[in-house]
Design a protein around this ligand. Structure first.
Ligand SMILES: *Cc1c(COP(=O)(O)O)cnc(C)c1O
Length: 355
């Protein structure tokens, strides 16, 4: 399928790098294509000026939540180029999410071409300052124009882009996390492993409660026994307990993060022992009490690595690593960000330069 390109006649001024924040500014264009199961599948792939979408009020997405998304970044390299980080991983994950919500599959090679062509059109929007990037948000939603609950026949796939600021202006700051014991985010057999808007809607109440109490995010326990650690807000989570680096196994209710996967591969390449396994809150509490829990950190595309300095569980606060950044968190942050921003060679084949 060809991608038609219509350039805007009214390009916007680029905001200064120090006001960017996250997801507040959008570039001049967007990628759009539509799907019609009964009439040619995916079609009308185009890059057009950024504008509001016009949708039927009965569109599936508004009523039955058929929406999935991805998040990845394009980084400015020291030679002035732009590169993405493991984009095919995002495309494959989107197809896995689509499979779960019964949205249509993307042709992986075509989706990569769409991302690449779109980034190439918006390249100038990739900021230059330390820690900044161009955040890419592909998303897909059901668009059947009926209130009937039926398998999805129509869908829309869109990619938008937003220049984003440095997550850490003053170095890696440890965050305070609250372990949620009432609400759950996902259950096995549910949509926890899919990157879908519905999971975020289900997280809102606990997230708001945590924020009101001065915590930056919630750490979720499993939905059945409320016993096993799952993930932190919109990040996966890792713990260094003695010489072992532990991260919850992908049991179906956890989002399979690409940063998580990259951390595991990096750590293993450096000879560390990484275990993907069940980690109960009791085991963690014991490790906190007897001092073997050396470090804890969240990992995800937005923050890369987010050290955890304090965990609250059932009203009790546990300080981790004196509320300081640990060696392992700092090492992972340095290694990943140098590859992403092209400051060091990439021995893993993770970066994808955009022409
Ligand atoms: C996107 C996301 C992550 C992190 O995934 P990355 O691919 O590393 O960005 C973790 N948890 C949830 C719930 C997410 O939506």
């Amino acid at each position: 399928m060809e991608i038609s390109i219509t350039k805007t006649t009214t390009p916007k001024a680029h905001p200064a790098d120090d006001v960017l924040g996250f997801g507040q500014y959008f570039t001049d264009h967007m990628f759009v294509m539509e799907y019609d199961k009964d009439n040619g599948g995916w079609q009308n792939a185009r890059i057009v000026p950024f504008e509001n979408l016009s949708l039927h009020p009965a569109a599936t997405v508004f009523h039955y939540g058929a929406e999935i998304f991805e998040g990845l970044k394009a980084y400015r390299t020291p030679d002035g180029g732009v590169q993405m980080f493991r984009p095919m991983e995002n495309i494959r994950r989107m197809n896995n999410s689509a499979e779960r919500l019964r949205l249509p599959q993307l042709d992986e090679e075509f989706a990569l071409k769409a991302l690449e062509t779109f980034v190439s059109v918006e390249k100038d929007w990739t900021p230059y300052s330390e820690g900044t990037s161009l955040y890419l948000r592909p998303f897909m939603f059901g668009n059947d124009e009926t209130l009937g609950v039926h398998p999805i026949h129509k869908a829309v796939f869109v990619i938008i882009a937003s220049p984003v600021g440095s997550y850490y202006k003053e170095g890696l700051n440890p965050v305070k996390i609250m372990i949620e014991t009432e609400d759950v985010r996902a259950v096995r057999g549910g949509t926890g492993y899919a990157k879908c808007g519905g999971n975020y809607a289900a997280s809102n109440r606990a997230g708001e409660k945590a924020e009101e109490m001065g915590f930056s995010q919630v750490l979720w326990l499993d939905g059945v026994e409320r016993k096993y650690i799952e993930e932190v807000g919109a990040m996966n989570v890792m713990f260094k307990i003695g010489d072992e680096i532990v991260t919850p196994a992908l049991t179906g209710s956890i989002l399979p993060g690409i940063t998580r996967k990259s951390c595991i591969e990096l750590l293993q390449a450096k000879g560390y022992k990484v275990s993907e396994r069940l980690l109960s809150i009791d085991e963690l509490a014991e490790a906190m009490a007897n001092g073997t829990l050396e470090e804890a950190w969240g990992c995800g595309t937005a923050a890369v690595i987010s050290p955890i300095g304090l965990l609250r569980y059932e009203g009790k606060d546990y300080i981790i690593n004196n509320n300081e950044i640990g060696k392992m968190s700092q090492m992972l942050y340095n290694e990943l960000t140098s590859i992403q921003w092209g400051k060091t060679a990439d021995p893993y084949g993770w970066v994808y330069p955009v022409k």
